[in-house]
Design a protein around this ligand. Structure first.
Ligand SMILES: C[S@@+](CC[C@H](N)C(=O)[O-])C[C@H]1O[C@@H](n2cnc3c(N)ncnc32)[C@H](O)[C@@H]1O
Length: 284
């Protein structure tokens, strides 16, 4: 399994085999509207890819790598020096990032902040300021091999910074749409939706279902990841298939402190789709 450049809380690297099993044999293109670290797109490695995210900082990294890879890798690497691995240096560079309007410089700093910040978190305050604290890693590793692998992948990718609605609206026959949105909360108090500045409401979850149904009606296969709760079972009651999974989740910075969480892979397929020949449980 290839590792992405960005560390990402909730990256789906471990789910790639289950997701790959859902890709019809005649698929031409992956459409991934919530691409985050790109762990899924990178490892599915389809011939054509449309990767998108509403977070402009994430997309700026992929744009910079696609358009000027040698300069971008060099400028990112220049930030990975021992003198920058302290709380003071981190906070200084985070301040520079938050004050900067230079998209390229912000992309370089975003890679630094992602690898030196706490637990691969990506979080912004109400004013849009990146506010993840220093991660205290002994020696943050520059992801040189990851840059090389992602650069190769981007040769086959179109990159867009957009909301999921227009991205999925362009999907049809021959497309496999994988959606990993900010999750519906496990409980009313556990409402973490801080990836994108505007948050992600239940209305957004409903719109995502509608967008996937419409894509399936145009001939695409669309798959959504989410928690397995009474709310999501209701939300996805019209899906073609519901595949329940137990996923190991880190609940603090201590790697030994993991718990199993119930999740769903939700499949919307065209009526005539005969290629989903894997062991799935119809509606759970
Ligand atoms: C759970 S993360 C995706 C992680 C990804 N699957 C991975 O393996 O790294 C959710 C992503 O959705 C993006 N996002 C949030 N709201 C969005 C929206 N309305 N449209 C598109 N992307 C959105 C966030 O910026 C974040 O990158």
């Amino acid at each position: 399994m290839l590792r992405p450049i960005l560390k990402w809380a909730g990256a789906k690297t471990k789910l790639v085999p289950q997701i790959r099993a859902l890709v019809p044999a005649d698929t031409r293109r992956l459409v991934e509207p919530f691409v985050g670290s790109g762990a899924v797109a990178l490892n599915l490695a389809l011939k054509e890819n449309l990767i998108a995210d509403a977070n402009p900082d994430v997309i700026a990294v992929y744009d910079a790598l696609a358009h000027d890879p040698i300069r971008f890798v060099r400028d990112c690497q220049a930030l990975f020096i021992p003198g920058h691995n302290s709380r003071g240096a981190f906070e200084h560079l985070r301040k520079e990032f938050n004050l900067s309007h230079d998209r390229y410089r912000r992309a370089c700093l975003f890679v630094y902040l992602n690898r030196h910040g706490y637990n691969g978190l990506c979080r912004y305050n109400q004013k849009g300021g990146f506010n993840v604290p220093f991660g205290r890693y002994t020696t943050p590793r520059f992801p040189g091999c990851e840059f090389a692998a992602f650069r190769q992948f981007l040769r086959h990718a179109e990159i867009r910074c957009a909301d999921f609605r227009p991205i999925i609206a362009g999907a049809g026959r021959g497309d496999f749409v994988y959606c990993d949105p900010p999750y519906s909360p496990l409980s009313k108090t556990a409402n973490f939706t801080g990836y994108a500045r505007a948050g992600f409401s239940h209305r957004d979850q409903i719109d995502l279902v509608d967008a996937c149904c419409a894509a399936a009606a145009r001939g695409a296969v669309a798959v959504i990841s989410n928690h397995d709760t009474p709310v999501t079972r209701q939300l996805y009651s019209a899906a073609t298939n519901l595949i329940p999974l137990q996923v190991s989740r880190l609940i603090s910075c201590d790697v030994a402190n993991r718990t199993k969480v119930s999740e769903l892979l939700v499949v919307y397929a065209p009526e005539s789709e005969g290629q989903l020949n894997h062991a799935t449980t119809r509606k759970g």
